[in-house]
Design a protein around this ligand. Structure first.
Ligand code: SAH
Length: 219
């Protein structure tokens, strides 16, 4: 019947989403870029699944980031690493550079966020909203450090259960030149962390930088 067919299709989409999601968390950013370049349909499936997961959350972390930006001057230049559907860029007056592996909307610059086409020290606010995904987080965060102005802001929103130890993550971030200004741990789903760029990376960060993959349950 139609209903059965629709249910089977739903199941299959869910399974493909969970598979792709796991791949993204367990590959380097280069491998992820390759995966989606070869199979653009996979990107679409990933995003449908992602949107469905987020719809179940009491709050979308991108909206918290929008509220944060609205409290600060609109003249600040923003870079959104792993921007998805550009929810942030569409909701603030700032100039926002949007980076992702494929374009869900026309304002996206397609690239691997480990290597973005921006000048050094050209950005006031960097954002990783549920986007710290590759196994090469050090390289990705070094790139964010490169493009941020000294004293610039880095906002990280990540699923709470990904952190093995928040203090050791923050120590690793400090090694990478980001000191934590504010932690918002009020949502049980995600942490919202505000950093300031205190300087250039100071060598290899500790193992606390590694986050657990965020695996979604079958429902
Ligand atoms: N920030 C958006 C989307 C989060 S989903 C939001 O909060 O709604 C994570 C996004 O990061 C996906 O769109 C994925 O394609 C992107 N991403 C993952 N690895 C990436 C990489 N290496 N370079 C650029 N984008 C990446």
């Amino acid at each position: 019947s139609e209903a059965l067919r629709a249910r089977m299709e739903e199941r299959l989409l869910g399974a493909r989403f969970r598979y792709l999601n796991e791949r993204l968390y367990t590959s380097s950013s280069r491998e992820a870029a390759q995966l989606f370049r070869r199979d653009p349909e996979a990107f679409e499936i990933y995003h449908r699944g992602f949107a469905r997961q987020l719809a179940r959350w009491p709050q979308n972390p991108a909206d918290c980031i929008v509220r944060y930006l609205r409290r600060r001057p609109a003249s600040l230049v923003v870079a959104d690493f792993g921007c998805g559907d550009c929810r942030v860029a569409r909701s603030v007056p700032n100039r926002v550079h949007c980076f992702d592996l494929l374009p869900l909307c026309p304002r996206v610059t397609v690239c691997d966020m480990a290597q973005v086409p921006l000048e050094a020290e050209s950005v006031d606010v960097g954002i990783f909203c549920l986007a710290l995904m590759g196994t090469n987080l050090q390289e990705i965060l070094e790139e964010a450090n490169r493009v941020l102005k000294p004293g610039g802001t880095l906002l990280v929103a990540e699923v709470a259960s990904r952190f093995r130890s928040l203090p050791s993550f923050l120590r690793a971030m400090a090694q990478l030149g980001f000191s934590c200004l504010h932690k918002d741990l009020s949502s049980s789903f995600f942490y919202l962390l505000e950093f300031t760029k205190s300087g250039a990376p100071r060598g290899r960060p500790g193992p606390g930088l590694q986050l657990r993959p965020c695996l979604y349950k079958r429902r």
